[in-house]
Design a protein around this ligand. Structure first.
Ligand SMILES: Nc1nc2c(ncn2[C@@H]2O[C@H](COP(=O)(O)OP(=O)(O)OP(=O)(O)O)[C@@H](O)[C@H]2O)c(=O)[nH]1
Length: 367
């Protein structure tokens, strides 16, 4: 029934994913974006570095200096990504310098500078968020139009304006579709298709996030494991499709009771896990009991009457996510063993004192 511990516990440095496989979809997307930034800066450096010499020899000191800045920024971005896993200056300098260099180079070098406007326009969509890239490109196309109007004959001005505008439009549509595809693929990879609950892919990350809140800010979260009782019998008696509908309705019933910040996972066939941020054991116990009541009180589709068992575990100090989950798992076994349709609170680890006790004692002393 349960195989949580197969999941790897290590947090992966997203940049390390240039060569390794990411352990969850979110890390895969971050790794993908970083690879784009990395390769763009690398190849831009290779292309632009020789131009520094060319422009210097031609006496275009300002343009050569801008290109040197461009190359230094490329080296810094690559180095920061490689060794620190962060963007140097948020990756903003490349687009700015690329646009300024292309405009200025066209102004002083004519067509020789103009050719660089096309890759610069496309690069903006790979480096900036879509809205920012679109706005920057509008400014870029307008600037290039003005420069073309000054530098070239009228026929060339129209050609440049339209061809550059069209290039921007095509890349924008492509970037927009890639963005949508990425959101859709992430959703598909992180959710269970039957119920829409989160699947196990982000389980470790979300539990680790709660553990960090506990360690850094003393914000205590709890988790609930909830498992339907004798679900096999439902499938056997009413069929698999009816079983599926029960799982879907169960998800709706649980969802109605949750807060926006709570997370609902389907971690096994008929086993669910709820992560309740900033919720102490006592309050999570109450939620679990209410959930069991909402499950057993009313029949499901086709009059199917079912109950569930649950366990509740508040995160303990110094616990890893697998230890935390394991405590909840043991308590769920206990709930099943005690006869099902009940909530069992996971035992604290021996050295931990429940904070409620301290509060209660203080209250007793006051009285
Ligand atoms: N309809 C349906 N059934 C599923 C799905 N996933 C798992 N199951 C079934 O869920 C049942 C789980 O059976 P068990 O693990 O024995 O659990 P149980 O019958 O609920 O018994 P206890 O948990 O001990 O109370 C199996 O019959 C699985 O085939 C699903 O997506 N849809």
């Amino acid at each position: 029934m349960r195989a949580h511990h197969k999941q790897r516990e290590c947090a992966v440095n997203p940049l390390a994913t240039t060569d390794n496989l990411a352990t969850n979809p979110t890390l895969a997307v971050i790794g993908f974006k970083r690879q784009i930034v990395y390769h763009l800066h690398f190849w831009a450096f290779i292309a632009v570095a020789p131009l520094v010499m060319v422009q210097w020899q031609k006496g275009n000191v300002l343009l050569a200096s801008l290109l040197i800045l461009f190359c230094l920024n490329a080296v810094a971005v690559i180095a920061f990504l490689r060794f620190r896993g962060v963007y140097f200056l948020q990756g903003r300098l490349f687009p700015t310098l690329a646009v300024v260099c292309a405009v200025y180079s066209t102004l002083i070098n004519g067509h020789a500078g103009l050719y660089w406007a096309y890759p610069a326009a496309a690069a903006l969509f790979f480096l900036l968020p879509l809205k920012e890239a679109t706005a920057s490109n509008i400014v870029f196309v307008v600037s290039m139009s003005v420069v073309s109007f000054i530098t070239f004959p009228e026929a060339d001005f129209w050609r440049i304006t339209f061809s550059l505008g069209l290039t921007c439009l095509f890349v924008m549509i492509f970037a927009w579709l890639v963005g949508r595809l990425q959101v859709e693929l992430t959703r598909l990879a992180t959710t269970d298709p039957l119920t829409g609950c989160l699947n196990r892919s982000q389980l470790a990350d979300i539990l680790n996030g709660q553990i960090q809140m506990r360690e850094r800010y003393e914000r205590v979260s709890s988790l609930i494991l909830l498992d339907l009782d004798y679900f096999k019998m439902i499938n056997d008696r009413w069929g698999h499709l009816a079983g599926d509908k029960v799982l879907q309705e169960l998800t709706l019933r649980i969802g109605r009771r949750l807060r926006e910040s709570d997370r609902l996972f389907r971690i096994g066939g008929e086993e669910f896990m709820l992560v309740l941020p900033e919720t102490r054991q006592k309050d999570a116990d109450k939620v679990a009991r209410e959930l069991l009541t909402s499950i057993s009180a009313r029949p499901f589709v086709e009059g199917i009457q079912i109950t569930a068992s649950a366990s509740v575990a508040e995160v303990g100090k110094g616990e890893t996510w697998s230890v935390w989950l394991n405590r909840a798992d043991q308590a769920l076994y206990e709930a099943k063993a005690r006869g099902r349709n009940q909530v069992v609170s996971a035992a604290r680890r021996p050295h931990e004192q429940p904070p409620e006790d301290t509060e209660d004692k203080a209250l007793a002393n006051d009285l």
